[in-house]
Design a binder for this molecule. Structure first.
Ligand code: FA5
Length: 345
């Protein structure tokens, strides 16, 4: 075929293709046209066969022209494809009769669990006083849970915390106090940490759960005494329960503190007039505490002649129950949304 004829036929093909594509009625018709013009055996590619009929100078011209025609046709395909998709969307919307004046659906919002919230609030109070967070394992060795804390083997004090034993000879920690010795063995004093975590006991009633949470506090420094402990706990109680909250320290016993105390707050429900929550006595116990026993400091490789320390252990459920006036601890663990959604902020 003479070259002039090739050029004009190719241009004719381009113009036909462009108008056929523009008037394609739907996406199926478009696919058929795509194959017809741009497929491997399509009409545009077929023009490459004329190469051999052309002179050496004309061949690159044909190549460039074929490419240009292909680009134009491709661009027209893209435009038409978008036009058809938009039209289909509009038709769908019309069919569905969307009522754009309907109010939107409000998605269900999650919220922090009340125990998590209480834990974070307690942590924030101590972090603001310069304490750092330490952690320890929940499956613990007898040594850290009892022995290093001055509970000799077979000592009756071990019965104070009914223990769940594991098959490998370890146990589920009954309190967060094992983190005390673990921390002492890792860091040089002065030490100022809180250790939040899950603990386990064979205990189950409306105020005691087999799985519950504590936060341990430990401060080791030169010259600490019970008044420092009292001061910090007073500040804690006021930050947590209100600035007028009074505390009192009652003598108690823990093998790992000497002296040991139970700490009560003045009843926040009846202001000490006597109510069901404080069982009529005006005080509510919130935590156990005391000065770290010298034997425990020695287990942590700390010299009790140089350093002294205080520690406390507070139950997170206990604090959350007081804050929200909850009388049954099991509500925290039942995942009942009627209960949990009341805490959504
Ligand atoms: C202890 O666990 C000591 N380790 C606390 C301590 C730390 C004393 C450091 C001295 C120095 P106790 O067994 O009293 O102590 O538990 C502390 C708190 O945990 C209690 O006041 C209570 O709020 C909470 N608690 C204890 N048992 C349960 C339970 N089964 N369910 C929920 N909370 C509990």
């Amino acid at each position: 075929m003479p070259s002039d004829l090739v050029w004009s036929k190719l241009q004719e093909l381009r113009d036909n293709a462009l108008s056929a594509i523009a008037s394609a009625s739907d996406e199926n018709a478009l696919t058929t046209l795509q194959k017809k013009y741009l497929g491997k055996k399509g009409e545009v590619q077929a023009y490459m066969q004329h190469m051999k009929e052309l002179s050496a100078e004309e061949r690159p011209k044909l190549g460039a022209l074929v490419n240009e025609v292909r680009d134009r046709i491709e661009a027209r395909f893209a435009e038409t494809e978008k036009k058809l998709a938009d039209a289909r969307l509009m038709a769908d919307l019309k069919l569905r009769h969307e009522d754009l004046s309907l109010p939107g659906r409000i998605p269900n919002r999650g919220a922090e669990h009340p125990l998590q919230e209480t834990q974070r609030e307690i942590e924030d109070i101590f972090l603001s006083m310069g304490f750092e967070i330490a952690r320890g394992p929940q499956s613990e060795w007898d040594y850290f849970n009892f022995e290093a804390l001055n509970f000799p083997a077979d000592h009756p004090a071990r019965d104070m915390q009914d223990t769940l034993m594991l098959e490998n000879g370890s146990l589920l920690r009954t309190h967060t106090s094992p983190v005390q010795v673990r921390t002492m063995l890792c860091y040089e004093p002065p030490i100022r940490i809180i250790a939040p975590g899950t603990v386990y006991r064979r205990d189950d009633d409306v105020t005691h759960s087999p799985v519950f949470h504590q936060i341990e506090g430990l401060h080791i420094e030169k010259g600490l005494n019970l008044t420092h402990l009292r001061g910090i706990l007073q500040l804690f109680a006021q930050s947590m329960f209100g600035k007028d909250t009074k505390i009192r320290l009652r003598p108690s016993f823990f093998p790992f503190t000497e002296p040991s105390v139970e700490v009560d707050i003045a009843c926040i429900f009846c202001h000490q007039k006597g109510c069901r929550m404080c069982k009529g006595c005006g005080w509510i116990e919130i935590l156990g505490a005391g000065m770290v026993d010298p034997n425990v400091l020695r287990e942590g490789h700390i010299d009790p002649e140089v350093w002294s320390g205080w520690a406390f252990g507070v139950g997170i459920e206990r604090v959350a129950m007081l804050l929200h006036g909850i009388t049954d601890i099991r509500l925290f663990f039942e995942s009942d949304l009627r209960f949990l959604s009341q805490f959504r902020v």
